[in-house]
Design a protein around this ligand. Sequence first.
Ligand SMILES: Nc1nc2c(ncn2[C@@H]2O[C@H](COP(=O)(O)OP(=O)(O)OP(=O)(O)O)[C@@H](O)[C@H]2O)c(=O)[nH]1
Length: 429
Amino acid sequence: MSIVRAQNRAFQGKPKFSVLLIEDQRSLSQMAAAMLKERWNCYVHIATSMSEARVALSSGTHFFLAVSDLHLPDAAHGEIIDVLHEARLPTIAITGHFDKELRALTLKKGVLDYVIKDSLNAFEYLTELVGRLYKNQFIQVLAVDDSATSRAYLKHMLGTQFFQVLTAGSGLEALKIIESNPDIRIILTDYNMPEMDGFKLVSEIRKLHGKDRIAIIGLSASDDSDLSARFLKIGANDFLSKPFSFEELTWRVNQNIEMLEHIDIIRDVANRDFLTGLFNRRYFFENGAGLFVKTYAEKKQLVVAMMDIDHFKRINDTYGHDCGDTVLKDMAGLLSSAHFKTYLVARLGGEEFAVLAEGDSFAEISEHFEAFHQSVAETPSHCDGKTISYTISIGLCPTRLESLDAMLKQADNNLYLAKQGGRNQIIMG
Ligand SMILES: Nc1nc2c(ncn2[C@@H]2O[C@H](COP(=O)(O)OP(=O)(O)OP(=O)(O)O)[C@@H](O)[C@H]2O)c(=O)[nH]1
């Protein structure tokens, strides 16, 4: 599966957002709308003039942003930008040609970006930009600079791109913020700061977070051309010389966040089962042993469960393979929302699932798994207008043994006994 397809898949089912597209050339508006809908699963409202845009703005629809041509039949000189500005609607401008004055004017009026509609490429850029801005809302960025003015500038510029922006006035403050905000994905850091310079900060961050987790962009106003090389060698992903333009800043930040997203997607594709979205066998065995050790160090009780849907072949044979898939997905959903603390849930293959969970006493473990076992029996799947009831067998290893392998073996033996004993039951001990 390509990255783009994986990203598209990630967007299906997410809350939709609405875009107000203001463009008088019907062929262009329809192409842009089709591309936006196809790529991001969003609503697009098309207005062909400023007066239609005004109607849309007063309709009560919550638009995420506007994409607007600057030259409309009833507003030939960019007046629409003022209307959108007044309505406080973030806007991407589209225009037939680039000119310096236009750029300055639009940026001054709070336009997020501008697109020159000279090719199909421009519409691809626009489509990516809209999705990028939507996703930015969920991304934390940290700007580190001892100059309050620079921090305010970075905060403002990144804020216009919808990022959640945190700021720090020193390296030490930055390290504290990073520790308490594990979701930070991008850090911009100045070089010249008292106490801890940018190099030291980068090397401290890299002790804990790899380049594939947090991207760091070094910043400096120094003329020293070695700075960028040293920033990169010490672990920064990128470098920007001050002063930088708005476009340079947003382009670099967006490039870096996209790189991280691509890595996340590749990692997800490698670690997750495509059908159910649960972790796959490979991930389970690569990470299970580490969890076994970690929970031991934290003095947590560990339970290993092996589960298998009963007579699953019959379900496939009776209702068809697609309905079998629906049952597998529903079972995965029930496991993911189980009312006990799970450390790791995986589909090991076919209709077999494995769970590492917390459990303090036999009584508590038994209660949790009994409740889960019953919830499966009481929650049939629905497919092709049919209701499919099914049951599962569970084998448990409720006490910590010398290794995860030993626990898995015991859970598997108990699962075998559960099947031999007539299925639809839990065997533990
Ligand atoms: N729909 C669907 N079926 C699958 C998938 N992976 C494996 N299967 C089917 O799962 C069935 C497993 O059947 P068996 O191993 O005989 O087990 P069972 O019918 O569940 O019987 P017991 O485990 O003994 O209760 C086979 O028919 C496989 O083709 C899948 O991803 N989707």
